[in-house]
Design a protein around this ligand. Structure first.
Ligand code: FAD
Ligand code: FAD
Length: 463
């Protein structure tokens, strides 16, 4: 084995947590090595956020092509070549992953392709195409991400798919069963329904999207019902029968077998903590996750951890923000991480955005609150986008005493792009009057936030 290579900062994982950390550390003058076992960009770029949003966009285009009758538009019945759609999606992934390689090269980050295995907190061996190399470092940033949770009675393989395989299917399944009505299962289930599959969703909780409050998930439920997506709520999957059917116990304890050409299991993701020597570092854990403080320090000196590895919310922008912060702390800046303004989006139909506290969460936190909710049925822009009659709204939650905004949520077609304004308001510590006093551009969906703030103040204008 060649002599160990020494670096100041060793980043393990080139996903959206790891690669921004490496670039930022290099920008700040540190010598950086990044090890990536798969493709640069990680889950988000290769098999997560980007491919799923590409598929959702293609599904929207397909569904829209045949649906203009009420606007006086008649287009011929569309056809689908899924292999071509997947090829288009793969082209976007290639472009972004190659782009990350280019950014790392420009920042002079030393990229090592291979899987890192640690023997102690600051030493790892990487099996590269040219043989094993040993790396040692002053600082180690762990960013190994997460992987899909499998159900014991439905091991991945054959027609049992995780989100990764579902995003690269060669042909559209006629009948798709989705196990787990969290955001990943619903985003993909809705996209496949729009592309023409018959979709059935099985969920153990009593309603879809149980992590969101009921008001936000209701318009999505309406869409599912309207589009004949079969739902089995309060149901438990038991496995496959001899005929390859998905078996479950329904809410009223009846056995049921569902025919399905493909079964997508989306029952959560868990941090990737096994198989690369994490145990040799003896860092403290927080349940399944690596335990970190508000600067992403682990219990071992100069070993840091970011992204899905360290806990909820398992979101790309949180991973990146933590990675950049750690690079800056190593370079001597004073930083800490605050989850409070990390917004989450469900790219369902319609979309959901949630930033900060919901009304129930704010009350549970001991706050006395006021809320304002403006429906898209009263928004001119929403009506011009056919987004007025889906039950959508923007809601603002504020502290009664001083009007400080605690949370902003929205559901409706196209609301994903409002997430930036919501996060910005929370990050800047906005009060209701700041939002109401901002002149929102007409006609946009964003006006609904200004109106919601006015309603919370007790003097709505347009309703
Ligand atoms: P990852 O992106 O998982 O990257 C970890 C990297 O580490 C991987 O590339 C892996 O190969 C590498 N690695 C692991 N172990 C080693 C080792 N020992 N040696 C070398 N390399 C190693 N989030 C959003 O914010 N918005 C969305 O719309 C969204 N949609 C999603 C849709 C789907 C279908 C999925 C699955 C996820 C989605 N997510 C979304 C979540 C998002 O992808 C993750 O939060 C994000 O990728 C976490 O980044 P990370 O850097 O922590 O980990
Ligand atoms: P989940 O969202 O966990 O959904 C899995 C679903 O499967 C659940 O509804 C569960 O009841 C169901 N299920 C589990 N077992 C079975 C079974 N045997 N049969 C049938 N159904 C089953 N994390 C938080 O902790 N709190 C949050 O509020 C939160 N909000 C998020 C919001 C968004 C928009 C995003 C992108 C992520 C959020 N996360 C949150 C993080 C999220 O949990 C992780 O990114 C990841 O676990 C999501 O994967 P999933 O959709 O597969 O799982």
């Amino acid at each position: 084995m060649p002599e160990p290579r020494h670096t100041q900062v060793l980043v393990v994982g080139g996903g959206v947590g790891g690669y921004p950390a490496a670039i930022r550390a290099a920008q700040l003058g540190l010598a950086v090595t990044l090890v990536e076992a798969g493709r640069l960009g990680g889950t988000c770029l290769v098999r997560g956020c980007i491919p799923s949003k590409a598929l959702i966009h293609a599904a929207d285009r397909f569904a829209d092509a045949g649906s203009g009758a009420s606007l006086g538009i008649d287009t011929r019945a569309p056809t689908l070549d899924l292999a071509k759609t997947i090829g288009w999606k793969d082209g976007i992934v290639d472009r972004l992953s190659n782009g990350v390689a280019g950014l790392l090269a420009r920042a002079k980050v030393d990229v090592v392709a291979g899987s890192a295995t640690f023997s102690d907190g600051k030493t790892c061996t990487v099996e590269t195409a040219d043989g094993p190399i040993t790396l040692t470092a002053e600082h180690v940033i762990l960013a190994t991400g997460s992987e899909p949770v499998a159900l014991p009675m439905l091991a991945f393989g054959g027609k049992i798919l995780s989100s990764t395989e579902a995003l690269s299917m060669a042909a559209l399944p006629t009948r798709l069963a989705v196990v787990g009505a969290g955001y990943i299962g619903l985003e993909l289930g809705i996209a496949f329904r729009k592309l023409g599959a018959e979709v059935t969703i099985v969920e153990t909780a009593e309603r879809i999207l149980p992590r969101y409050d009921a008001a936000l998930s209701r318009p999505v439920r309406r869409w599912l019902d309207h589009n004949k997506v079969a739902l089995h709520l309060g149901a438990n999957v038991t496995g496959l029968d001899g005929a390859g059917r998905l078996t479950l116990e329904t809410a009223n304890k009846q056995p049921l077998a569902l025919e399905a050409d493909a079964i997508l299991v989306t029952v959560g993701r868990r941090p990737r903590t096994q198989g690369w020597g994490l145990e040799t570092m003896a860092v403290d854990m927080d349940g399944l996750f690596v335990k970190v403080d508000d600067q992403c320090r682990t219990s071992m000196k100069n070993v840091w951890a970011v992204g899905d590895l360290v806990g909820e919310p398992m979101l790309a922008h949180k991973a990146s923000a933590q990675g950049v912060m750690v690079a800056e702390i190593i370079a001597g800046h004073r930083r800490h991480f605050d989850n409070g303004s990390v917004a989450a989006i469900c790219f369902t139909e319609p979309e959901i955005v949630s930033a900060g506290l919901s009304p129930d969460e704010a009350v549970a936190a001991g706050e006395e609150i006021v809320t304002g909710q403006f429906p898209f049925s009263a928004s001119g822009r929403a009506l011009t986008l056919e987004a007025g009659d889906t039950g959508g709204f923007v809601r603002v939650v504020a502290r009664k005493r001083d009007g400080r905004v605690l949370g902003i949520q929205a559901v409706g077609r196209g609301v994903a792009e409002l997430a930036g304004e919501f996060a910005h308001a929370l990050a800047m510590g906005a009060a209701l009057d700041d939002i109401a006093g901002t002149i929102h551009v007409h006609p946009t969906l964003g006006e609904a936030l200004g109106e919601a703030a006015l309603l919370a103040r007790g003097h709505g204008l347009n309703i």
